[in-house]
Ligand binder design. Structure first.
Ligand code: ADP
Ligand code: ASP
Ligand code: MG
Length: 412
């Protein structure tokens, strides 16, 4: 007998018919003798609808009330799924985040899970019941409803799997696994049988939204075997697990991208100690997160300073930068929010030099200009014009031999 935690995303529970199909699958697993906990998302489009409704009511909805409204989508799904299970003769009970005591901090909209209480779940499981939990939501120490950030039901499932020491956490979605890149952008993308936690964390952090970043963090920290599978097709999906020495590592496992950032530059900055902190201080004080940073070598005592922020923070950051430019006597503060970041990710990079050069040459062959570069041990990211995003992803996908008919076109 195994203990399995399953999560079904928005598309998988997008209609009454689809919820019925999920119930069939869950019933079959429970009847085979396994213990099953199911975490579910809101029906597809529902969370967006609730967010839009809140913005119709108020230009700046209160964060506490926002969590109250956007957590309702999941409550509908748990009730519908549990009804379907009971109709099929499968004993089951639904729980909201508050009922299950999914304890989080109080940061509305992006709360972090602190503790998952297992007693009620264990009691149900031992009595042969399927436990159906609302994803994405928790409760803080004062009893306020919180939510875990977009895509947060993945994290609900992994946190429960970690707390119950489940044998596997299965994330059911509308693709049959993790691909070398988003198959919506590159139809030649290839499904990976296996990827390491470390690589998946980089992919998720750099824009591959197939799993919420925190769910991968959690799974890595507690070594929860995590599998991404399709709700609609049979298959073994993609296993996310620790690095395996027996398996020969691909050079590059995948390509991630995002359009969520904007670039800001201060030109003609007097090159003196302390300027970087003077430039970035007001930005961080405004709670704006900074991602990439580049500072030029100084020529004639002046330098240019460039960094990126989330696109939602662009207007505020540019305003702050313009003020600081005046105070520092810099030449100008300019920005661009039509940029995209493409990253190649792979643990194989550790033992293979020259990946960066292949990346840069491939983009050059397509006449794509690189604006910024950043590297870490297992990834290389570049910022380019947004309009070249698709072209960039596809040409890199081919160059690194990731196409499903793929040969390494550049690496012998
Ligand atoms: P769910 O509603 O089930 O949580 P999501 O939309 O959050 O589903 O995640 C699945 C989507 O992630 C896929 O439809 C796909 O477009 C996107 N995606 C992005 N990058 C990848 C990748 N590398 N592999 C697979 N899917 C990816
Ligand atoms: N319903 C939430 C969202 O749309 C959480 C999730 O689906 O994981 O972001
Ligand atoms: Mg998701």
């Amino acid at each position: 007998m195994a203990l399995i935690v399953q999560k079904y995303g928005g598309t998988s529970v997008g209609s009454i018919e689809k919820i019925g199909k999920v119930a069939d699958k869950v019933c079959a697993l429970a009847r085979s003798g396994d213990q099953v906990v199911v975490a579910v998302s809101a029906m597809s489009g529902e969370t967006n609808r609730l967010i839009a409704l809140a913005h119709e009511m108020s230009s700046k909805p209160h964060t506490r009330e926002m969590d109250v409204i956007i957590s309702t989508g999941e409550q509908v799904t748990i009730a519908l799924l549990t009804m379907a299970l009971l109709d099929r003769g499968c004993e089951a009970r639904s729980y909201t985040g508050t009922q299950i005591k999914m304890l989080t901090d109080s940061v509305h909209g992006k709360a972090r899970i602190r503790e998952v209480q297992c007693d009620a779940m264990r009691e149900d499981l031992n009595a042969g019941r399927v436990v159906v939990v609302a994803g994405f939501q928790g409760v803080d120490e004062h009893g306020n409803i919180t939510t875990l950030g977009r895509g947060g039901s993945d994290t609900t499932a992994v946190a429960i799997a970690a707390a119950l020491k489940a044998d596997e956490c299965q994330i059911y979605t509308d693709v049959d696994g993790v691909y070398t890149t988003d198959p919506r952008i590159e139809p030649k993308a290839r499904k990976l049988d296996r990827i390491t936690f470390e690589e998946m964390l980089e992919m998720a952090s750099l824009g591959s939204k197939v799993l919420q970043i925190r769910s991968v963090e959690f799974a890595g920290k507690y070594n929860v075997p995590l599998r991404v599978l399709s709700s609609f097709e049979e298959g073994s999906g993609t296993l996310i697990a620790l690095e395996n020495d027996d398996v020969e590592q691909a050079l590059i496992s995948g390509i991630a991208f995002n359009r969520d950032e904007a670039q800001l530059t201060m030109t003609g900055v007097p090159d003196q100690p302390g300027v970087a902190s003077k430039i970035l201080g007001p930005i961080t004080q405004a709670n704006i997160e900074i991602d990439m940073i580049v500072q030029n070598i100084s020529a004639d005592g002046c330098t240019d300073f460039t960094f990126t922020v989330h696109r939602n923070d662009y207007a505020t950051a540019l305003e702050l930068l313009q003020q600081t430019a005046g105070e520092l006597g810099a030449k100008s503060a300019i920005g661009d929010d039509k940029i995209a970041k493409i990253s190649v990710v792979g643990v194989g990079m550790r033992s293979h030099a020259g990946i960066a050069n292949i990346m840069f040459q491939t983009l050059a062959d397509e006449n794509i200009n690189i604006r910024m570069i950043s590297t870490s041990e297992i990834k290389i990211s570049v910022v380019i014009d947004e309009k070249y995003l698709e072209l960039g992803v596809r040409s890199l996908h081919q160059a690194f031999g990731l196409d499903n008919d793929g040969q390494l076109s550049r690496i012998a």
